[in-house]
Ligand binder design. Structure first.
Ligand SMILES: Nc1ncnc2c1ncn2[C@@H]1O[C@H](COP(=O)(O)OP(=O)(O)OP(=O)(O)O)[C@@H](O)[C@H]1O
Ligand SMILES: [Mg+2]
Length: 450
């Protein structure tokens, strides 16, 4: 056992022990007091019995004998002048009984009407005697009744109980150590589990999942760790996919470039075709260049590493500019812009880029005589619908078209346009969705949350 477990065990044991000792000290104190209190009450009640029978000499003698033998006591009665009227003592008291004398001040205090309960040391301090001095009424005078009993009686009871308490203490210590062991185990087990999981995660095993149900912060922590592992595993998958995709995307154009360049070098290309080969090479290089740049750009946008220049923008004006710019590309296609002035905060350059990416897709996938509608509205939030009547996208592809490098059937490099658009829109606190039907067309819906 080590670390937190041992510490918890020690601290909880110590705490329990401390509480126990405190408890026992208090209890024995209370016990002592309780016993002397009950003892005092007991003696008073006997003194009252004597008081009641004081005027009946026969009964008094009987009572004195009875009480002295039950209590193992010495009883003496003095009149108000300090003269001994009668005394009775149990033979069990032996010598102590004989030599017990009441000193003048004690007698005076009692005769003056005060009840006195005290402990005295007698016989050269070898034993203790408890005594009660009780003022009783007799013929309009105050007489003093003294009852003396050996203190051993009380001490015995208390010490018996103390002994039992000591046994109890030992049992309690054992129980408390076992309890502390149990508690420390219970508390540290999930922590150790979490530690193990974290170690595995740090070693690259993102499949670990914790199932801790302690219903407290530790459970929360384990849930956080699970979430972290999940996210790390997603990131890891993205990273792997990304590398795989990049490698895949680069392989074909690089293959073409290499093949063409070698053919040219080896002089196996007829002279009149050489220019064509070189043009192809340049084209592939340009594509690769574009891919590299866009990929880099996308990574920057994804990581939030770009400097957006937010300004108040009229979306209608922005869309109009884009439609103007795209005229060269659109051919005979009919592009219509519908809507009114709607203002948002955004970066003009990046938003233009996002929408251009979507629009150029629409153009690419619509027939020469097709039509494209851009509808700007502001029902619940500023919304742009970009609708074409082109070939449409099969449903199974829809969830993936915003992913990096994902293309439905196009060859060559690309597949970044929609990923870039989506990330830019995200940075504008917006979202983009798509609905499509093969043969009927596609609608991209961009909503800006205010
Ligand atoms: N309006 C549309 N109609 C039909 N298919 C579409 C439409 N827009 C996108 N797609 C499909 O979604 C895929 C992903 O689009 P994206 O713009 O990301 O890539 P790309 O256009 O192929 O390449 P890039 O934009 O990088 O040049 C496209 O390959 C295409 O198959
Ligand atoms: Mg595109």
């Amino acid at each position: 056992m080590k670390g937190i477990k041992l510490k918890l065990l020690i601290y909880t044991s110590l705490l329990m022990l401390l509480l126990l000792i405190f408890n026992i000290l208090i209890q024995s104190n209370i016990l002592n007091r309780y016993y002397s209190k009950t003892e005092k009450d007991k003696l008073i009640s006997y003194a009252q019995i004597i008081e009641k029978n004081i005027s009946n000499p026969n009964e008094l003698t009987l009572q004195l004998q009875r009480i002295s033998s039950t209590l193992n006591a010495k009883i003496s009665i003095y009149d108000e002048n300090g003269n001994l009227i009668t005394q009775e003592y149990s033979h069990m008291m032996g010598m102590t009984g004989k030599i017990l004398n009441i000193e003048k001040s004690y007698l005076n205090t009692v005769v003056s009407g005060q009840i006195v309960y005290r402990t005295d040391e007698v016989m050269l301090k070898q034993s203790k005697i408890i005594s009660l001095g009780y003022p009783a009424k007799f013929n309009n005078t105050t007489i003093a009744i003294f009852i003396h009993i050996p203190a051993i009686e009380i001490k015995n009871t208390v010490s018996n109980l103390s002994k039992q308490f000591t046994y109890l203490l030992f049992v309690a210590i054992v129980i408390s150590i076992l309890g502390a062991f149990f508690i420390s185990n219970r508390f540290t087990k999930p922590i150790l589990e979490i530690n193990n999981a974290a170690k595995k995660i740090s070693n690259g095993n993102y499949d670990v999942r914790l199932t801790i149900t302690t219903n407290d912060e530790i459970e929360e922590l384990s849930n956080t760790i699970n979430l972290m592992a999940e996210n790390l595993s997603k990131t890891e998958k993205l990273r792997r996919d990304f590398i795989a995709n990049v490698t895949h995307e680069f392989r074909t154009p690089l293959g073409i470039i290499k093949g063409y360049a070698e053919a040219l070098y080896d002089d196996i290309v007829p002279i009149d075709e050489r220019k064509e080969y070189i043009e192809d090479i340049i084209e592939e290089v340009e594509r690769l260049n574009r891919l590299v740049n866009e990929n880099l750009e996308l990574s920057k946008i994804e990581s939030g590493n770009i400097d957006l220049k937010f300004e108040r923008l009229n979306l209608y004006d922005l869309l109009k500019d884009i439609v103007d710019k795209i005229k060269i590309l659109k051919g005979n296609r009919d592009i219509r812009l519908l809507g009114e002035d709607i203002f948002i905060n955004g970066d003009r350059e990046y938003l233009e880029r996002a929408i251009l990416n979507i629009l150029s897709n629409s153009i690419k996938h619509t027939k020469e005589d097709g039509s494209i509608e851009i509808i700007l509205s502001n029902v619940n939030e500023p919304t742009i619908n970009i609708k074409d009547d082109g070939e449409g996208i099969e449903e199974k592809h829809l969830p993936y078209i915003f992913e990096r490098f994902y293309r439905v059937k196009e060859k060559g490099v690309g597949g970044l346009g929609l990923s870039i658009a989506k990330e830019i829109i995200k940075l504008h606190n917006g979202e983009i969705n798509v609905t499509s039907k093969v043969g009927e067309g596609t609608i991209f819906i961009i909503k800006f949350k205010n």
